[in-house]
Design a protein around this ligand. Structure first.
Ligand code: PGA
Length: 241
């Protein structure tokens, strides 16, 4: 595991985007695993800037997002598809057909989850996976639990997550309670993983992750410590308790 402590959110975002840029230049048809939430927004802004100002080319890349709420279609302003279109895809030269976000309206969800994993494999696997972290240690919707799913699955959201995510909805009642989420195994298959955490709300969970030399399904993020190419980028606020 490699730890990078950035001064602030701006530096964190630039650092993450620089790493991704380098990988895209190295492999123009790279497969990126992408995350939603507040954390990666600055990273995406930097990637858009690289595209606009330096001509960074996304025309051959493919992306797979970690998750989507069950029941929301891509036009719903709180859906992750909408988020990705708004915050990245519509502002770079990616082909929309190369952007994969789980379909929250899929009719046969069980089967859909298997297909999602198959699509990732058919694309050659994820080269670089970008991740945020929940204040409870979840990654994607792999919530703390006695056991974790290996492949893409239907996740039940914990109360803490529903509360954390309610800021993206008009009211807490509107937050869906289930989501399609890549499993911990789908995430660990990525060749390179970059986890981002900023702000004091993440300080406690980051300290738990760094202090304990153990892995536990009750702290899903800790399983990433087993990955051979795992980089954590935090800002000072998330690093200090
Ligand atoms: P956030 O969410 O980036 O909005 O803090 C992270 C997560 O829940 O994985």
């Amino acid at each position: 595991m490699k730890l990078i402590v950035a001064k602030n959110y701006e530096e964190l975002s630039k650092t993450a985007a620089d790493i991704i840029k380098e990988e895209v230049i190295k492999k123009p048809n790279i497969v990126l695993g992408l995350a939603t939430g507040s954390t990666p927004v600055g990273t995406y802004k930097n990637l858009i800037k690289f595209h606009e100002e330096e001509g960074l080319d996304f025309s051959k890349i493919k992306t797979f997002n970690l998750d989507e709420y069950v029941g929301l279609d891509g036009k719903h302003p709180s859906s992750y598809r909408y988020f990705m279109d708004e915050n990245l895809f519509s502002k770079i030269n990616i082909k929309m057909e190369n952007t994969y976000v789980p379909d929250g309206k899929a009719s046969d969800l069980e089967n859909y989850c298997k297909e999602y994993d198959r699509s990732i494999e058919e694309a050659g696997g994820i080269d670089v996976q970008v991740l945020g972290i929940g204040s409870n240690g979840h990654i994607a919707f792999n919530e703390p639990s006695e056991s974790l799913s290996i492949g893409t699955f239907i996740a039940s959201l914990k109360e803490t997550t529903i509360k954390d995510n309610s800021r993206f909805f008009n009211s807490i009642e509107e937050v869906p309670t289930t989501a399609i989420s890549m499993g911990i195994g789908s995430i660990l298959k990525a060749k390179k993983i970059i986890l981002l955490a900023n702000g004091k709300n993440k300080a406690e969970v980051i300290q738990q992750l760094l202090d304990k030399n153990v892995v536990s399904t009750n702290l899903p993020v800790s399983l990433l410590l087993l990955h051979p190419d795992f980089t954590i980028i935090v800002d000072e606020a998330a690093y200090k308790k």
